[in-house]
Design a protein around this ligand. Structure first.
Ligand SMILES: Cc1cc2nc3c(=O)[nH]c(=O)nc-3n(C[C@H](O)[C@H](O)[C@H](O)COP(=O)(O)OP(=O)(O)OC[C@H]3O[C@@H](n4cnc5c(N)ncnc54)[C@H](O)[C@@H]3O)c2cc1C
Length: 557
């Protein structure tokens, strides 16, 4: 009796993670399987958590009068061909209908003369973005309300620790722990969608979310990919400024220590309007050339526009202005030091164009799904909306067909026991101390941004020490346990990042190898795949299909 082992929640489709990817996946599963039991589970409060809730929710939308093929080309070329082309085409073709659906649910978008108000976004030539009134918070809340009204079960405060598997390796749901009571939960399902985002290292924005899903899938034996790519962005140690895009559109420029603008040199087409990772890459090169420190020169923003930055354009600047006082105002419109920053990995679950992972019963949506290696401003949410819909549809189709998989009592009991063994005499901040050790490694500028085989191999060795200490660390309470599990996932993710980075012997997008400085289309239009075999990461590569946007000429033999 599974009920005796813990709280049992039975579903046809289980969705883990309540951000844009998960909310759409749950909605889609319900609409494709109306009589099905659909459950959305999250470690926090759905509608108020996830990167989605914190975002402005700018999203890509391709309307019927746009050139869909040109938009697909835009995303694929911007990704230097590291993209699942068929999937991206479907994501873009769904986008207009999804925005109309959101309007029907009550979300508002600015319109002029009946047309949606859209704007270009950095790094994309033709694809345009729009944002809902109220940003990510309103977006998530409206979707949450829609889920409730359509009969989807929402279960909050459950931190998923493991995927459940039957004897044939079929994913049969998940196991987790109630983040407040510590109660063990068995979430049995015919189809499971992971929409937990990818792994961050608790720095930059949204520090309490680390997105353990791709690591859980990897541990269960699923293929993951894109671990060698990261989300790089310029960051400032002075204050938190989420508004570089607007500032650059209004004239701000990145300059080096001598005050020389440098972006034109590296990105002649885009200059400072380039995607953030290209700016970060140029910053790395300037640093390497001994031209640091580097600055964002906001003195070029005209006087009449400055109030916008403090108050209206980016509403939360008001908060920082109040918090930091007059000094922030002076800093903001002078030269502020910036550095290239590794925000998070693009490591995600490899799927087919139906968002089906390589293990039966498992699907992925949102940033936990590997549709491409860089998302630009607006295609993060855009990709989440579309992959959510597609993953929910595929999961529903499977759940309609199959019987509930068998979850053995012994298997569930051993997962429960594993959790029990994680508790003990812990000192409160043990996991944070280990996290700090990890951060000192992963944020090393000459490791996560500018890589060499030698440094990557040394880093894998250094992680072994942290792993050993983690294995001996116990949690004194439930909250500490969740943090400990997240730290374990972050350490495992770091190892996979270093291994995949060692495998890709070229430089492309955010993956910059000092020992292989050129992009090599002939040999590397390939996915680097990682699978767990016998406790170790097995690396393989697979050609990237290019059915819609042909590869560059150099790629042909
Ligand atoms: C400040 C900020 C501004 C941004 N602005 C934009 C923008 O304007 N446009 C854009 O396109 N992108 C933007 N982004 C990026 C974008 O918000 C994210 O990439 C996107 O929201 C990711 O959605 P998701 O559904 O994959 O994950 P999330 O929204 O992060 O949701 C993942 C959910 O999974 C849950 N979860 C994770 N692990 C577990 C577990 N083990 N058990 C249970 N639950 C778990 C988390 O609690 C979370 O709720 C921004 C990001 C930030 C932080």
């Amino acid at each position: 009796m599974l009920e005796k082992i813990g709280r049992l929640i039975d579903s046809d489709v289980l969705v883990v993670g309540g951000g844009a990817g998960g909310l759409w996946a749950a909605l889609s599963a319900k609409r494709h399987f109306p009589e099905g039991r659909i459950t959305l589970v999250d470690a926090h409060m759905v509608g108020r958590t996830g990167h989605t809730a914190f975002s402005n929710a700018w999203m890509v939308m391709v309307s019927p009068e746009d050139d869909l093929d040109a938009c697909v080309r835009d995303i694929v070329e911007g990704n230097e061909w590291i993209a699942e082309q068929e999937l991206i085409r479907e994501v873009l073709s769904l986008s207009y209908g999804q925005v109309l659906d959101l309007e029907r649910m009550g979300l508002r978008f600015a319109r002029e003369g009946g047309q949606f108000v859209r704007r270009p976004t950095r790094g994309l030539r033709v694809t345009k973005v729009l944002k809902p009134v109220g940003g990510g918070l309103e977006f998530c809340w409206v979707l949450r309300k829609a889920l409730e009204s359509e009969g989807i079960r929402i279960v909050e405060r459950i931190f998923v620790t493991d995927l459940l598997q039957d004897d044939h390796g079929w994913i049969a749901g998940a196991a987790g722990i109630d983040g407040r009571s510590g109660e063990f939960c068995v979430l049995r399902a015919k189809a499971t969608v992971l929409a937990t985002n990818s792994v961050t290292f608790r720095a930059g924005f949204v520090r309490d979310l680390t997105g353990t899903g791709p690591v859980l899938a990897y541990r269960a034996g699923a293929a993951i990919t894109n671990a060698e790519f990261g989300y790089l962005r310029p960051a400032t140690p002075k204050f938190y400024f989420e508004g570089i895009t607007f500032a650059i559109q209004d004239g701000a420029k990145f300059v080096n220590a001598a005050g020389e603008p440098f972006m034109e040199k590296y990105e002649p087409d885009w200059a400072d309007q380039a995607d953030v990772q290209l700016i970060s890459k140029a910053m790395v090169m300037e640093k390497r050339a001994g031209k640091a420190p580097l600055y964002l020169d906001m003195s070029l923003v005209p006087e009449e526009k400055r109030e916008d930055y403090l108050h209206s354009t980016v509403a939360w600047m008001d908060y920082f202005y109040k918090k930091l006082g007059e000094r922030a105002r002076i800093d903001m419109f002078g030269r502020t030091e910036y550095y290239p920053f590794y925000q998070m990995t693009k490591m995600a679950i490899k799927t087919d164009s139906g968002c089906r992972a390589s293990l039966p019963g498992l699907f992925a949506a949102g940033l936990a799904q590997a549709s491409c290696a860089t998302h630009f401003a607006g295609f993060h949410i855009g990709a989440c909306n579309g992959t959510g819909w597609i993953a929910g549809r595929s999961a529903a189709a499977l759940a309609r067909e199959v019987q509930a998989p068998a979850v053995s009592e012994a298997g569930a009991a051993s997962l429960k026991d594993k959790i029990r063994r994680g508790f003990g005499e812990g000192h409160d901040r043990a996991e944070d101390e280990l996290l700090f050790e990890l951060q000192k490694l992963i944020f090393r500028y000459d490791l996560s941004i500018l890589k060499t085989e030698e440094r990557l191999s040394e880093a894998v060795g250094a992680l072994a020490g942290i792993e050993e200490k983690l294995a001996a660390t116990k949690a004194g309470h439930t909250h500490g346990f969740v943090r400990l599990r997240e730290t374990e996932a972050m350490v495992e993710a770091a190892k996979l990042i270093f291994i995949a980075s060692r495998a890709r012997q070229e430089s492309r997008l955010s993956h910059i190898r000092e020992d292989f400085p050129k992009r090599d289309d002939r040999n590397w239009l390939r996915w680097v795949l990682l699978r767990r075999r016998g406790g170790e990461a097995e690396v393989s590569t697979e050609p990237i299909a290019t059915p819609l946007v042909p590869p560059p000429r150099e790629a042909s033999p």
